[in-house]
Ligand binder design. Structure first.
Ligand code: AMP
Length: 511
C-alpha cells in the first residue's frame, strides 16, 4: 500500500477542481497537480537517480510546491524528511546526515544554509531550489507509474523539535499515515472538494500531515502568500473562501481572538479550526468560541503518534449546558477512535482513575520507531506502549487532562506544583495576554514559583492584583513569589513557549 494511491481518482473524478492556490491566485487543478506529481516522480527516479526507499529532504517555508513534492516522493517509492524551515544550517546538517538524505528541496531563502552540507554530509549530493527554472524542468519529466511499496515502509521521517538533546526521527510508515488519515475522518471532520484547507502552520509539522486527509478528498489547498500565520491575511482569505479549515497553535488562536478586527471576521466561512501542540487555557478557549463560534477541535498528539492521541470535538466545545462543560473544555478530550490511552506510574503500572502519571498510547498510528536509534526506540516504546513523556490524568468519563511535561513540573518543599494550574488562574484576568509559570531554584524549598507576564496592549495591572487573584483561587503555596513583566515570551518555531529559555534567562539574571 502506497499512501499516494489516491492520485488517479482525484485526477479523474475531480480533475477540474482546484487543488492548490497561492492566496487567492489559482495555481493547479487536480488534473494538473497529478501531472506535476507523476512528472516529478519520474525525474526523481530518472535523472536524479534515486532508488526506492531513499530519503528526500524538504527545507522549505510554506509554499505550493510542498504538496506536490510530498506526493511525488511517495509515488516514486521514496521517503520524505520535512524539516522545520527555521532551523540553523548546522541543525539541517545533523538531520540530513542522520536520515541519510540524498537530495533536498529548498525554498530560495534556505538554499545557502542547506548547501553548506554539500561536501560535508556523506552521500548528500544535491540541493534543488523550487524557485529555480530547473525545478519546473523536473516537473515536465516523463511521468512514471506509482511504485509499489510495503505498507510498513517509511514514508515520512518526522524530526522532533529536540528540546532535550538532539532531534530524533520518528519513522512514520505508509500505514501510519493512512491510520492517521482515517482517524481524521473518524474524529475530526469530513473534508470534501468544496472545502478549503489553509496552510497557516508549518507544513513540516501537523499542518502538512493533515494535508493528506484533504488531498485524498480533493479539497482545495490554499497556501497564504505570507507563508505563515498572519491574522489579517487569514481574515482576508475568509472573505474569498468558504468551508475553511486550518490549524492554529494556541498562541496563534489567542492572537486571532485578540485582533481588533476579530468581531468583523467572516467566521461563518470557517468550518474547522484545529488547535493543539501546546496548552490552550480555558479562558482563551472560551473567548475564542465566543468570537468565532464552536468551530474548534482540539487535538493532542506528538510526532511519535502524528496528530493522534485524544481530541475534543466540536460538539463538546458547544456542550454549553453540561455541568462538566468547563472541566471538559480544560481537558484534551477523549481517546481517538481505536487509540488506547493509559496513565502509568514509574514502574509502568496503570494508576487508578483520577491519579496523575505518564500518558502512554497504543494504536496503529504510533510510529514504527526512531530512525536509526534502537536505544531511544526501546526507551520510548515499551511493551507496545508509546511513552509520551507527558503527564496527566483520566477522569471517570475518560477525558484526558494534561498536567505539564514532567520537566516543567515544579517541586517546592517536596510538593508537586503544576504550572498550568497557576497559569489558568492568572489568565482569568483579561488584561493579561500571555503568562508562563516556572520554578526558580531556592535554597530552602528546592524551587519556588515565579511568573512571567505579558500584558495586553495598553493594559496595566499591579502585582498586588495578581497576588489577590491567586489567593482567591488557589492554595497559598502555589502562588508566584515574584512576577516578571515582559514584552513577549520566548517561543519555539512552532509557537510553543520555551520554558527552558525562561529558566535560562532567569538563571543568568540571578547568578
Ligand atoms: P510535537 O511532537 O512537536 O508535535 O510535540 C508534541 C508535544 O506537544 C506533546 O508531547 C505535548 O507535550 C504537547 N501537546 C500536543 N498537543 C497538546 C495539547 N492539545 N495541549 C497541550 N500540549 C500539547
Amino acid at each position: 500500500m502506497n499512501i499516494s494511491s489516491f492520485l488517479p481518482s482525484v485526477a479523474n473524478v475531480h480533475g477540474d477542481k482546484p487543488a492548490v492556490s497561492l492566496g487567492t491566485k489559482r495555481l493547479h487543478t487536480y488534473r494538473a497537480f497529478s501531472d506535476r506529481v507523476t512528472g516529478l516522480a519520474g525525474a526523481l527516479r530518472g535523472e536524479l537517480r534515486l532508488s526506492v526507499g531513499d530519503r528526500v529532504g524538504l527545507a522549505m517555508t510554506n509554499t505550493p510546491q510542498y504538496l506536490e513534492i510530498l506526493v511525488a516522493c511517495w509515488h516514486a517509492g521514496l521517503c520524505v524528511v520535512p524539516m522545520n524551515s527555521k532551523l540553523h544550517p548546522k541543525e539541517f546538517s545533523y538531520i540530513l546526515d542522520h536520515a541519510g538524505v540524498k537530495i533536498c528541496f529548498v525554498t530560495e531563502n534556505l538554499t545557502e544554509g542547506v548547501s553548506e552540507s554539500l561536501g560535508t554530509v556523506d552521500g548528500f549530493k544535491q540541493v534543488i531550489c523550487v524557485n529555480d527554472d530547473e525545478y519546473e524542468t523536473l516537473i515536465k519529466h516523463a511521468p512514471i507509474n506509482k511504485v509499489d511499496v510495503s505498507a510498513t515502509d517509511p514514508a515520512w521521517i518526522f524530526y522532533t523539535s529536540g528540546t532535550t538533546g538532539r532531534p530524533k526521527g520518528a519513522t512514520l510508515t505508509h500505514q501510519t499515515l493512512l491510520a492517521m488519515t482515517l482517524r481524521y475522518y473518524a474524529d475530526i471532520d469530513q473534508p470534501s472538494p468544496e472545502d478549503n484547507y489553509f496552510h497557516t502552520a508549518p507544513m513540516s509539522h501537523a499542518d502538512g500531515l493533515y494535508a493528506l486527509p484533504h488531498l485524498i478528498k480533493a479539497s482545495h489547498h490554499i497556501v497564504p502568500e505570507s507563508g505563515g500565520f498572519d491574522v489579517a491575511e487569514i481574515f482576508g482569505l475568509l472573505e474569498t473562501y468558504k468551508n475553511a479549515t486550518f490549524m492554529a497553535a494556541p498562541t496563534m488562536l489567542t492572537r486571532m481572538t485578540n485582533h481588533p478586527k476579530a468581531s468583523e471576521a467572516r467566521s461563518e466561512n470557517i468550518k474547522t479550526i484545529y488547535y493543539g501542540g501546546a496548552p490552550m487555557y480555558l479562558e482563551d478557549t472560551k473567548r475564542a468560541i465566543a468570537t468565532f463560534g464552536p468551530c474548534f477541535v482540539q487535538i493532542f498528539g506528538q510526532g511519535e503518534s502524528p496528530n493522534t492521541g485524544t481530541s475534543l470535538s466540536k460538539e463538546l466545545h458547544a456542550d454549553y449546558d453540561n455541568p462538566k462543560y468547563e472541566k471538559r473544555l480544560s481537558s484534551v478530550g477523549l481517546p481517538r477512535t481505536g487509540v488506547e490511552v493509559r496513565i502509568v506510574d514509574e514502574e509502568d503500572n496503570e494508576v487508578p482513575t483520577g491519579e496523575i502519571g505518564e500518558i502512554v498510547l497504543k494504536s496503529d498510528v504510533v510510529m514504527a520507531g526512531y530512525w536509526n536509534d534502537p536505544e531511544a526506540t526501546s526507551r520510548t516504546i515499551r511493551n507496545g506502549w508509546l511513552h509520551t513523556g507527558d503527564v496527566g490524568f483520566l477522569d471517570e468519563d475518560g477525558f484526558l487532562t494534561l498536567k505539564d511535561r514532567s520537566k516543567d513540573m515544579i517541586i517546592s518543599g517536596g510538593t508537586n506544583i503544576y504550572p498550568r494550574e497557576i497559569e489558568e488562574v492568572l489568565l482569568m484576568d483579561s488584561r493579561l495576554e500571555e503568562v508562563s509559570v516556572i520554578g526558580r531554584p531556592e535554597a530552602d524549598w528546592g524551587e519556588e514559583v515565579v511568573a512571567f507576564v505579558v500584558l495586553r496592549e495598553g493594559a496595566s495591572i499591579t502585582t498586588e492584583e495578581l497576588e489577590n487573584l491567586c489567593l482567591n483561587n488557589i492554595a497559598r503555596f502555589k502562588r508566584p513569589k515574584e512576577y516578571f513583566f515582559v514584552d513577549q515570551l520566548p517561543k519555539s518555531n512552532y509557537g510553543k513557549i520555551l520554558k527552558t529559555e525562561l529558566r535560562k534567562h532567569f538563571h543568568l539574571k540571578n547568578s
